[in-house]
Design a protein around this ligand. Structure first.
Ligand SMILES: [Zn+2]
Length: 185
């Protein structure tokens, strides 16, 4: 079977956490640029430093979970705060304010998906949407995030540029996730 991005639904909860903290810091410090480019750049810098918290969006629960900073574990909250300040400094130093709309994505997902398809090549078994969502969130939570901000519609990540040991890791996490899915059947 061939798995496409539309066949599953996952979401990294850290994306909302980053949004909320960026919003808070912007409201407190007017010297920080809040244009969409700077915000997207800060967000990707923050997300690449935090452990992702992907969850599958299963058919029964239709949408994304609500996130509140008050409910965040205090260690995690402090970590996010530190990373946000770090990102603010970096973006302030090299702002891109070009006003274009940026599209934030985790390139690790494309890499995981193409590895999954390679593994499943010639495989007769099929997976339900829920199984694929569970599988992909398990895999993604084990991979170092590779968020980038790119213009919408721009070319996919050239996987050749990615460290081969990273690819090896992707494969092993997929095999482990497949095992977990099988044991749930
Ligand atoms: Zn800006």
């Amino acid at each position: 079977m061939k798995v496409k991005a539309e066949d599953y639904r996952i979401h990294n909860e850290m994306e909302e956490v980053a949004d909320l903290v960026i919003k808070e810091i912007l409201s407190e410090d007017s010297s920080i640029c809040g244009c969409s480019s700077c915000q997207a750049d800060m967000k990707s810098l923050i997300l690449n430093r935090l452990n992702p918290q992907y969850y599958p969006i299963l058919n029964t629960a239709d949408e994304r979970r609500e996130v509140s900073l008050d409910l965040l574990d205090s260690d995690l909250f402090n970590e996010v705060l530190v990373e946000t300040y770090r990102a603010v400094l970096k973006v302030k130093d090299k702002p891109r304010h070009d006003g274009e709309r940026f599209y934030l994505r985790n390139s690790a997902e494309e890499i995981a998906l193409s590895a999954l398809n390679e593994i499943l090549q010639g495989e007769k078994r099929t997976f339900t949407g829920n199984q694929l969502s569970t599988l992909m969130s398990l895999v993604m939570n084990n991979l170092k995030p590779l968020y980038t901000t790119t213009f919408k519609g721009s070319a996919f990540t050239r996987t050749a540029e990615v460290d081969p040991s990273y690819i090896a890791e992707v494969y092993s996490h997929i095999f482990n996730a497949l095992k977990q899915i099988d044991s749930q059947d």
